[in-house]
Design a protein around this ligand. Structure first.
Ligand code: UDX
Length: 461
């Protein structure tokens, strides 16, 4: 099928490249010309493992092309995937102005019937508004518009395999034709008859995804409810971690034990500096605002938000407890991306942490394997190190802010020698307390007693 994707960001680029990988002819557009120029130079405007291979392969085979002229997206695709950003407004509501602008453009440019698919994360009932805009601005064009919701469940860092091997495909439609078209678009994924190009060689065969067909409102609500529950789980783990720390319990063993109940599950129970990224924080806010605007009490999720915000302040107080005076201290910050395997710093814990530490008069030296370019744009005066060792040299404390595997494998004995004071604050429980103490570090982490922890959790017979 001829498909257009509007928006070449973390969602649009993955969606466009993977739909081409499935055999469709995809035109991916973005009104940010620099993104398209980067893509036309054979580079990616974002770091996403394996995406470069998928883009390159499908461009070479003529199934994927890019344009800075969004109007072409409206005329060339039978199906048009809207993948534009819906960032939070100051009120916390989702900013839907890009959706509105794109809908008007589609309505006025389309010359034939279109399936318009909202993949951007939007509050429930957006699809109804989208349909109205298409009808009102499309009057006289003769084109008819079918609207569907097809929320994305991509995680940055694993987005390509998440797209090609999803555990579920959710579509919200109001007519059979749209359902059939989407079934046709996703048929190769439903049949799992291809190899995901991200893994070298054959990738493990996955079970076919669940295919959930529902109404547009319900599909939109599934997305917000899913992400908000993930956020709730993380805040629950962080709340229990604060108590574990007071009681000398080990949060990892506690949450491992809790997660052994299949009704609960062990995923997303890692305590640390809280959730960041361009999804969980903003989706949680938008969901709360949607509920409050409809007179429903979402205090539970407001509490999850409060616990999450508190993580950074708590981490700074923990650092102050060890350092006593922060002002004038040299501090190394390892990790800036909101999580490992991405260069994305949007709503990353590191942003708030840098602001707080700079306000305290700390001299920072920061390093991240992928996010240096993006952090420099936001903090031009931040002292950026070229690697972790340079960041650590002469530091009075070293903070682990993102759980990059690279940091686990550092030569910590060398870092111990190079630091002015061997103090490590592990915000992601990345390292072993025992190993760090054996190397002579003052080592603090989240929800784990500072004593050497027991070995593996023994499952009692
Ligand atoms: C999330 C959802 O997982 C995905 O399904 C949705 O489509 C988009 O939003 P993403 O934002 O890419 O994906 O990252 P995710 O892996 O969910 O992590 C979000 C944040 O939570 C990160 O800052 C991560 O460090 C943090 N996190 C995650 C925890 O603090 N503890 C955990 O146990 C898991």
């Amino acid at each position: 099928m001829r498909i257009s994707v509007i928006g070449a960001g973390y969602v649009g680029l993955v969606t466009g490249a993977c739909l081409a990988e499935l055999g469709h002819h995809v035109l991916c557009t973005d009104n940010d010309k620099s993104k398209i120029d980067t893509l036309d130079r054979g580079k990616l405007p974002i770091f996403e493992p394996g995406l470069d291979r998928v883009v390159e392969k499908n461009r070479k085979q003529g199934r994927l092309s890019f344009s800075a002229d969004p109007a072409r997206a409206a005329t060339e695709g039978e199906a048009i995937f809207i993948c534009v950003g819906t960032p939070p407004l100051p009120t916390g509501d989702a900013d839907l102005s890009s959706i509105d602008r794109v809908a008007q453009m589609i309505a006025t440019e389309a010359k034939s019937d279109k399936l318009v698919v909202e993949k951007s994360t939007v509050p429930a009932q957006t699809g109804q508004q989208l349909k109205r805009v298409l009808e009102i601005y499309g009057r006289g064009s003769g084109a008819r518009f079918r609207v569907a919701s097809n929320p994305e469940f991509l995680r940055e860092g694993t987005a390509v395999s998440d797209f090609l091997h999803p555990d579920r495909i959710v579509i919200g439609v109001s007519d059979e034709v749209a359902e059939k078209q989407l079934h046709e678009i996703y048929r190769p994924v439903l049949e799992q008859k291809f190899h995901c190009p991200v893994h070298d060689g054959a990738c493990p065969p996955s079970p076919p995804p669940a295919w959930l067909v529902t109404t547009i409102n319900s599909a939109e609500l599934i997305k917000h409810a899913s992400n908000s529950f993930l956020a709730l789980k993380i805040s629950y783990a962080n709340m229990v971690a604060d108590l574990a720390e007071k009681l000398g319990a080990n949060i990892e063993e506690v949450m491992h034990g809790v997660g052994l109940d299949p009704r609960i599950g062990a995923h997303f129970f890692r305590p640390g500096l809280g959730f960041g990224g361009f999804c969980l924080p903003k989706d949680l806010q938008a969901f709360v605002r949607l509920a409050e605007r409809n007179g429903v009490d979402f205090a539970m999720l407001r509490e999850a938000e409060r616990i999450n915000h508190q993580r950074i302040a708590g981490f700074v107080e923990k650092l102050r407890h060890s350092l006593w005076v922060l002002k004038g201290k040299q501090i190394a910050m390892l990790g800036l991306a909101f999580k490992a395997n991405t260069d994305d710093i949007r709503f990353a814990p590191s942003i708030e942490l840098i602001k707080r530490l700079q306000a305290e008069g700390v001299r920072l030296s920061a390093y991240d394997p992928q996010a240096m370019e993006k952090i420099r744009e936001q903090f031009p005066d931040l002292n950026c190190a070229t690697d972790a060792y340079e960041a650590a040299r002469g530091a009075d404390a070293l903070l682990i802010v993102t759980e990059w595997e690279e940091f686990r494998k550092l030569d910590w004995a060398r870092i111990h020698k190079d630091m002015a004071r061997p103090l490590v604050m592990d915000g992601r429980n990345l390292l072993s307390a025992e190993a760090m103490k054996a190397l002579g570090f003052e080592y603090h982490s989240i929800g784990r007693p500072d004593l050497p922890v027991r070995g593996e959790t023994k499952v009692l017979a």
